[in-house]
Design a protein around this ligand. Structure first.
Ligand code: LLP
Length: 416
C-alpha cells in the first residue's frame, strides 16, 4: 500500500499532482511519500509488539538526508555499511547508539569513526576483521561491541546477485566455524560480544528461509550459552521482498510476527530487523519525460530523459519495474514500447515491451523506485543526477537539488 494514486486520471503523490511537482522541479526526478515511509516503518515496529526490538533501516536502499531524517524522527535505528552512510545518519539527526555497522571491508578509519561516535554494534564478517576492530579499539582506549554475521547456508531463492546466505557467498562467517570464532572473540581484550546476526538475501518472497535461518542462529545461541557467552541481541538482517509485478511477498506484519514468535520465552533477546527495500521501494517513483517516440523496424521505442544511470536495476538485474503514465489519456492509442534512456548502451532500458498510451512530451512514472534507485545512480555519460522531492500531505520538499553541470567535474583538475 502506498500513497501514489490516480485522481481524475492524474497521478498524485499523496495530495499533490505529480505534474505540478514536475512543473516546479523538472525531470527526471524521484518523488518520495513521507506517509508511505512512516506507514511501512510502523508496520515492522508494531508487528514485533512488546518483545524488545529495534528496526534498523538499511541506509543503502536510499540514503537521502530527507529520507533518513523522517526515519530518525520516528526513533529508527540504522544499518550502515560505510563511514559515508554513518556520516549521513548523524547529519540527518540519527542516534549513533542505534546504528549497526555491516559490510565485509571496514577500514581502520571507518572503525575508529564508528567507535568515537559510540555505535550500537559492529556486525563482523571475518576473523581478520575481528582482529582489526580489536586493534583499533585498543588504540582508542575503547571496547568495541560486536556481533558475528553468521552465514546460515540457507537458500533464499532470489536473484543470484542479491542472495547472500549461501556458502559460496563472500558474506559472513561459516556456520561450522561460528563457535570457534566466538570463542576467539571472547579472548580479545578490546571487544565485547553483544550479538549475532545474519542477512540471507534481498527481495525474498516467502517467510520460510527467514525462519530457517533464525532457527539455526537460535541453536547457535544456545550452544554459546554453554560456553558462558551470552548474546544480547539477534539481528536477522533485511531482505523482505516487495511487489514489483506479481510477486506476493508476506506483509511486513506477518514477517515480523513470524520472527518475533520464534523468540517466545527469550524475553531478554532483543530482535533487530534491517529492512531497506520493504520500507522504501514503494515509497518512491521516478518520473521522466518522453522525449521522442521512435518507430524502429521491429520495435517502438519511447526514448525518455531518465536512463540506467538514474535507475540501474533493470539493466543490472533485468529487474521488471512497472511503468505508468502520469496522465491517463483515453484518446491515445495503446502500443508496445521499449522504454529506453539516452545512454549509449544497449542495456540502457527501464522496461521492455510495455503496453502504453503515450506520446512525445508525456510524463511517465516508474513505480517502486524508492529503494536502490537514486542510491545506485551514477554520472555515467556525464549526466547530472536527478532531483529528489519528498511529499508530505500537500507539501513538497526538495530533498536533493538536481545536479548542476559544474558539479560534474568537482574535485577534478586539468593537466597543463
Ligand atoms: N542488511 C544487510 C547486511 C544487507 O546487505 C542488506 C542489503 C540489507 C540489510 C537490506 O536488504 P533489503 O531489506 O533492502 O532487501 N541493489 C539490489 C539489492 C541489494 C541488497 C544488498 N543488501 C537491488 O536493487 O535489488
Amino acid at each position: 500500500m502506498d500513497f501514489f494514486t490516480y485522481q481524475q486520471q492524474a497521478l498524485h503523490a499523496e495530495s499533490v499532482p505529480v505534474s505540478d511537482i514536475v512543473t516546479q522541479y523538472g525531470t527526471p526526478c524521484y518523488i518520495y511519500s513521507r506517509a508511505t515511509i512512516e506507514r511501512h516503518w510502523h508496520a515492522f515496529d508494531q508487528a514485533v509488539g512488546e518483545h524488545p526490538h529495534l528496526i534498523c533501516y538499511a541506509v543503502k536502499a536510499n540514503s537521502n538526508l530527507g529520507v533518513l531524517s523522517v526515519l530518525a524522527a520516528l526513533g529508527s535505528g540504522f544499518d550502515i555499511v560505510s563511514g559515508g552512510e554513518l556520516a549521513r545518519v548523524i547529519e540527518a539527526g540519527g542516534d549513533a547508539s542505534k546504528v549497526v555497522f555491516s559490510g565485509v571491508g571496514k577500514t581502520e578509519q571507518e572503525i575508529a569513526y564508528a567507535l568515537q561516535l559510540g555505535i550500537k554494534c559492529f556486525n563482523v564478517e571475518s576473523i581478520p576483521e575481528l582482529d582489526r576492530i580489536n586493534k583499533v579499539a585498543g588504540e582508542w582506549g575503547k571496547v568495541a561491541p560486536i556481533s558475528l554475521r553468521i552465514n546460515p547456508d540457507v537458500d533464499a531463492q532470489t536473484h543470484p546477485y542479491i542472495s547472500t546466505g549461501l556458502k559460496a557467498n563472500k558474506f559472513g562467517i561459516a556456520y561450522d566455524q561460528a563457535l570457534d570464532t566466538y570463542l576467539r572473540a571472547a579472548t580479545l581484550p578490546n571487544l565485547k560480544i553483544v550479538g549475532m546476526d545474519c542477512h540471507i538475501g534481498s527481495q525474498l518472497t516467502t517467510v520460510a528461509p527467514f525462519v530457517d535461518a533464525l532457527d539455526r542462529l537460535l541453536a547457535l545461541i544456545d550452544q554459546l550459552a554453554q560456553h558462558n557467552i551470552h548474546i544480547e541481541h539477534l539481528d536477522v538482517g533485511g531482505g523482505l521482498g516487495v511487489t514489483y509485478k506479481d510477486e506476493t511477498p508476506p506483509h511486513p506484519d506477518a514477517y515480523a510476527k513470524a520472527m518475533a514468535a520464534r523468540l517466545d520465552g527469550r524475553s531478554h533477546l532483543q530482535l533487530i530487523l534491517e529492512p531497506g527495500r520493504a520500507i522504501m521501494a514503494n515509497a518512491g517513483i521516478l518520473v521522466s519525460k518522453v522525449e521522442f517516440i521512435k518507430q524502429g523496424e521491429e520495435k517502438n521505442f519511447a526514448i525518455i530523459d531518465a536512463a540506467m544511470n538514474d535507475l540501474l536495476r533493470p539493466a543490472l538485474y533485468s529487474a521488471w519495474m512497472d511503468i505508468i503514465p502520469v496522465e491517463q489519456h483515453q484518446d491515445r492509442p495503446v502500443a508496445s514500447y521499449d522504454v529506453v534512456g539516452p545512454v549509449c548502451e544497449t542495456g540502457d532500458f527501464l522496461g521492455k515491451d510495455r503496453q502504453l498510451a503515450i506520446a512525445a512530451g508525456d510524463l511517465i512514472a516508474v513505480r517502486s523506485a524508492g529503494a536502490y534507485g537514486f542510491s545506485m545512480a551514477s554520472n555515467y555519460n556525464s549526466r547530472c543526477r536527478a532531483a529528489e522531492i519528498m511529499v508530505d500531505g500537500e507539501r513538497t520538499i526538495l530533498v536533493r537539488e538536481r545536479e548542476k553541470l559544474q558539479e560534474l567535474w568537482k574535485g577534478e583538475h586539468k593537466v597543463s
